[in-house]
Design a binder for this molecule. Sequence first.
Ligand code: PG9
Length: 619
Amino acid sequence: PPTSQDAAKITPDMIQTASDIPAKWKQPQGNFDYVKRDVMIPMRDGVKLHTVIMMPKHAHDLPMLLERTPYNASGMASGNSPHMADAVWSGDKDWADGSTILVWQDIRGKYKSEGKYIMTRPPMGPLNPTRTDDTTDAWDTIDWLVKNIKASNGNVGMIGSSYDGWTVAMALLHPHPALKAAAPESPMIDGWMGDDWYHYGALRQVNLDYFSGQMSKAGEGESIPRENYDDYTNYLDAGSAGAYAEANGFKQLPWWKRFAAHPAYDAFWQLQALDTLLVAHPSSVPTMWLQGLWDQEDIYGAVHAWEALKKAGHGANNHLVMGPWWHSQINRDGWNMGPLKWPGNTTAQFRRNVMIPWFNHYLRGTPLPTPLPEAMIYNPVEQHWDSFSNWKPASEQQLTPLFLQADMGLGFEQPKGGSDSYVSDPAKPVPYLPRPIPQKNERWRTWLVQDQRFVESRPDVLSYSTAVLTTTVKLEGAPIADLFARTTGTDGDFVVKLIDVYPGSDPTDPAMGGYELPVSLDIFRGRYRHSFAEPAPIPANQVQEYKFRLPTVNYAFKPGHRIMVQIQSSLFPLYDRNPQTWVPNILFAKPADYRKATVTIEHGDNGRSAVLLPVAATR
Ligand code: PG9
């Protein structure tokens, strides 16, 4: 206990009874090269959207770059630094050189914005009977920015990847006149057909975490708790995707109810498909549609939006860019794609040499160093960008069938006949990565370039291969899988992979010896073979045609390599299992519905199965 002697030494300045936390803390910013403002921008219905504006100090006559996001606007400019380039997230660093005012906005109902959140809110119309959508919100935001940010030159660009790419595409449906250039990067365009939720009707069930992550809270939500480290086990144990979701509380999510009630491509999906909407409301805003060649999340969107616009006669202001990248990699370093190494940082080079000068041209009138071609697609084998002045939409491609042949062969000659069978067992689905497969981690980003030798020897995977090539086979476009198959079941999935088999040894890069690199692959749910809107059971033991487009490529199969086509009936747990027995809604298939089926792939008189290749040249 203190003595009276101690008490004599106590002065009042030693004592605090109020809080040590001041009512308001203000960081002196004398040495900052930017000014940051948080504002609430009113929309036409009175709802205010939280917006972060970062202005270079002494900004004057500068364009603005806007990103609208459900992923926390504050977090995109949260670096604790007096320097703008250090304070912004990686995707914006190249823009933070003092030349541009950067703006991020929380979309309705997320993080600090007011209003209600609706998953990829459909545009006003039958699915959205209100007076607002992400088109009007973008319009109102841009209108406010040009009227209130005095340091701006009145020109706005929009950028963003994935969901934020979707917000760019939504803004284009009725753009504010101040919107002068736009880059939807890996945008979600059609969540059913080939982006995040389904691919041709097969459910991407690992995205269930996204539902709870996005919608269990206005801020950062919760992912599904895991029983086991390996998701292969977790999803298998759950039975169906619907059982897994509902055991984890998804009935509380209104989106889940709408989602689960519309497993087919009915009006719910058709009316929000943005490629169709963009053609119905074409804009004249210069637009760069950008995505990765191995985009593991939204591989469908940009290329389909661009193709639809070009076909409808809007090629002049719309450009397609496909880099050798995983999803959203454009906003990070691009030295490599998994084991594939590039001669430089492909993303930084593209941003600095092409994208930013292109934006600058439209936002501040600087001359374009070189005109942006109609399409710019990286050639991952010859390791350079190719420019195309007339890149053909898939529907206009010339295609050359590469037929499945006897003895697991593959070749351009007419097949001599035959078929091959395998037993697809839903109890032992084919994994999409070597197990264990933990919840999305680094391997998720590069799974599309995973060496396919890990499944080649499975009895339920058919691997057809050409002889060693003596000439280069160059592909430019979208390969089409064209299978003729029968199954003992009444439903079934078909996975087709176009693979580049490397020579058995590579002295310069030994780990690539014999590598089986997927060049283009996808999955198709058999019930949709006649109609995506109206699924129908597969007649057991009858040959049916399954024809579906694979992701777009600009790829050269080189001499010394072989082309391989692998066929299988599952890709688990990324895609939910097909029970292989007809049920009205696979989401809620019961354990007894999952049955083994013998699948037979025809390559003779009953059907010449092939992958139809957009061969540009053999040399
Ligand atoms: N691929 C993610 C996504 C886009 C749109 C809707 C839902 C999810 C993303 O990375 O944002």
